[in-house]
Design a protein around this ligand. Structure first.
Ligand SMILES: Cc1ncc(COP(=O)(O)O)c(C=O)c1O
Length: 450
């Protein structure tokens, strides 16, 4: 294929995709990412995920494949499985789900029949689409009884959970959330599930990295099934995993394949194995602790500047800001902040008077900025920018000035430096005119539009 003859195969073969990738890298390098569900994988994870393992069909499981030539594939998948079991103290791990939603789907299909009753956190109170939202497969297939948070504390009301469980006798109780800033009482959920004879599934897509580091309660001893994504706080490639007791292993494995998936994405599983190895290193626990410290630093600074934080704080890597006192919708806040170089998402707050399209809140998470090496001083700076942009929505000049300051800060905390070879970061840095090559204090080089 003559790779060596091409300075840069992607650019030669597909200049349009090449440019889109370079520009997205530029976006990642020069903007602050506060999306709680995003992160920057390490160079090692990036390389494994972009590796030749994408070429291999490997239906089945290690030593039980339907294709030949799987000996090295088996090595990668076994490493991912063993590391996941070790990190979370689980008896069994399935690392093949293509995403978090498919991990959840596999558990539902393994234990439920269409029409069965399940209970899960209301989407409007922080739950996830795949926990029974009417527009998801889960809402369409099952009789979903949502539970919510209390109006007073904005935290999950365990008395309501028990009352609903006793009344509706669900086959499955789902716990876990997408935008819930507090610890979840997995032990209490386990008690309620046992009392009513329900299965318990804990979806820890968000706090999985914190759990791996021992900084968040673990559901593993309490839940029959634990699902997670590998790309949020776990800082791995996009994907899902399922953990369960040994007695459920065969049921889960056959439901993932052939039940709902075909061949596993072995390049992604290789990336998962690498991310899980990184999660076993001591500096991963330090990283997770800094995520928490950064989250506290930013939310306290915002509180000090008069912003109301839903539940009054956070136990994890994210928090919600209630924008009602500013009279601003989350949607507008998100657009204004984007202009200022700060990326986050609009979010419903509990009992939100606005629709999901508008929302009264924004969600803020610190995994990605922490990966860049930012600490408390930078969190104070970011909170200051957030505060000023939100309070002066008519000031486009302010947003432009902050955008330049954001870029300067980002360049002090670079990502993907030192990669070599034909990897995209190198390509993007190799004089495309897209990246801001702006030595601190030097003359800015003009950027292309993005
Ligand atoms: C709690 C929870 N579960 C599942 C998922 C689904 O993950 P994916 O987007 O990989 O399907 C998410 C994603 O945000 C989530 O927050």
């Amino acid at each position: 294929m003559g790779l060596e003859a091409m300075a840069n195969p992607l650019q030669v073969v597909d200049p349009e995709v090449y440019e889109a990738v370079c520009r997205d890298l530029h976006r990642q390098l020069t903007r602050i990412d506060l999306i709680a569900a995003e992160n920057y994988v390490s160079a090692a994870v990036l390389i494994a995920t972009g590796s030749v393992m994408t070429n291999k069909y490997a239906e089945g499981y290690p030593a039980a494949r339907y294709y030949g030539g799987c000996e090295w594939i088996d090595v990668a998948e076994r490493l991912a499985i063993e590391r996941a079991k070790q990190i979370f103290g689980a008896q069994h791990a399935n690392v093949q789900p293509h995403c978090g939603t498919q991990a959840n789907m596999a558990v539902y299909f393994a234990i439920l029949k269409p029409g069965d009753t399940i209970m899960a956190l209301d989407l409007a109170h922080g739950g996830h689409l795949s926990h029974g939202a009417p527009k998801s497969f889960c809402g369409a297939l099952y009789n979903v009884v949502p539970y919510g948070v209390s109006r007073e504390t904005e935290s999950i009301d365990m008395d309501q959970v028990r009352d609903l469980a006793v009344k509706h006798r669900p086959r499955l109780i789902v716990t876990g959330a997408s935008s819930y800033p507090r610890f979840i009482d997995f032990a209490r959920f386990g008690e309620v599930a046992r009392e009513v004879g329900a299965w318990l599934m804990a979806d820890v897509a968000h706090p999985a990295g914190l759990i791996a580091a021992g900084l968040h309660p673990t559901p593993v001893p309490h839940a029959d099934f634990v699902t997670a994504t590998t790309h949020k706080t776990m800082r791995g490639p996009r994907g899902g995993i399922i953990l369960c007791k040994g007695e459920h292993a065969a049921k889960i494995d056959s439901q993932v394949f052939p039940g709902i998936q075909g061949g596993p994405m072995m390049h992604t599983i290789a990336g998962k194995a690498v991310a899980l190895k990184e999660a076993l290193e001591p500096d991963f626990a330090e990283y997770q602790a800094q995520i928490l410290a950064n989250c506290q630093a930013m939310l306290r600074e915002l509180q000090d500047r008069g912003h109301r934080i839903v539940t009054g704080g956070s136990d994890n890597h994210l928090f919600l800001v209630d924008l009602r006192s500013l009279g601003m919708a989350g949607r507008l806040a998100c657009q204004l902040l984007d202009e200022a170089g700060i990326t986050l998402n609009q979010n419903l707050i509990p009992f939100d008077p606005r629709s999901a399209r508008e929302t009264s809140g924004i969600r803020i998470g610190t995994p990605a900025v922490t990966t860049r090496g930012m600490r408390e001083p930078e969190m104070h700076l970011i909170a200051d920018w957030l505060d000023r942009v939100l309070r002066r929505p008519d000031d486009a000049g302010l947003r432009a000035r902050i955008r330049a300051e954001v870029e300067d800060l980002c360049l002090q905390f670079p990502i993907y430096t030192g990669l070599s070879g034909t990897f995209v970061p190198e390509l993007a840095l190799a004089g495309t005119g897209i990246l801001p090559v702006r030595p601190t204090g030097g003359t800015p080089v003009p950027l292309g539009p993005d």
